[in-house]
Design a protein. Structure first.
Length: 232
């Protein structure tokens, strides 16, 4: 069997297992919320330090370790910079950085509600924007000076990170802005948290693929999406 085909199959199996884990946590959340069979708050997708969140932490840790491994193999700091992005996201999730700092900004600067968002939401967006600027400035330099394989992989990571931001920031802010309440709040929470879990699994699956292929995925997500859009 072609080594590339074998690598692809291994990565596909790994990703399938990750997604099955995500779906299991979503199912447990639904059963826990809608029945009295479980009655365990740690099974909620939205519970801080709950089982699903700890699973997310583990996935982020694996992403970081895989990218550091690729960096050591390729003697390239570019993958370490990507590892630092995911290290920040891990720290942000675990320590609630953007929530706490965003609240402090809102209180200290007297931010007012606007665009259907609360003052703390504007503070959180400011924190996320500042963190993104700090983290992606050196990545832009690494992208410009990196190898073709690193540039291709970086575009794929950026695409997958955009998916994570869509659920973690976009859906979250829409949830707050609309404030529909009741079952709509519950559904929005499932979409947001479940979408984040799926996005992190996709990132981990991709990091695993480039690790076993020594830094080059060969077939790239960004190219596939671009070609698909060009045919429409």
């Amino acid at each position: 069997m072609n080594p590339n085909t074998l690598d692809q199959r291994s990565a596909s199996i790994f990703l399938t297992l990750l997604v099955c884990g995500d779906l299991a946590f979503v199912l447990l959340h639904l059963v826990n919320d809608s029945t009295t069979r479980l009655m365990n708050p740690l099974l909620s997708l939205e519970k801080d330090r709950g089982y699903a969140e700890m699973y997310q932490y583990l996935k982020f840790l694996w992403i970081i370790l895989l990218l550091i491994l690729v960096s050591l193999r390729k003697a390239s700091w570019g993958y370490v910079l990507w590892a630092s992005v995911f290290a920040y996201l891990l720290a942000d999730d675990a320590l609630q950085v953007h929530e706490r700092v965003g609240m402090a900004i809102a209180e200290n600067f007297g931010l007012a509600p606007a665009l259907w968002l609360r003052p703390q939401d504007h503070g959180e967006l400011a924190v996320s924007l500042a963190a993104g600027t700090i983290l992606f400035a050196p990545l832009a330099w690494a992208y410009g000076t990196g190898t073709r394989a690193f540039r291709k992989s970086s575009l794929d990571f950026a695409l997958l990170l955009g998916l994570l931001i869509f659920f973690g920031v976009g859906v979250d802010m829409a949830h707050v802005a609309l404030g529909l309440g009741g079952p709509f709040d519950f559904a929005a929470g499932v979409i947001e948290e479940g979408g984040e879990m799926l996005a992190v699994s996709l990132i981990l699956g991709y990091a695993f693929l480039i690790a076993i292929r020594d830094g080059d995925a060969h077939h790239h997500l960004f190219d596939s999406v671009r070609d698909f859009m060009a045919r429409r």
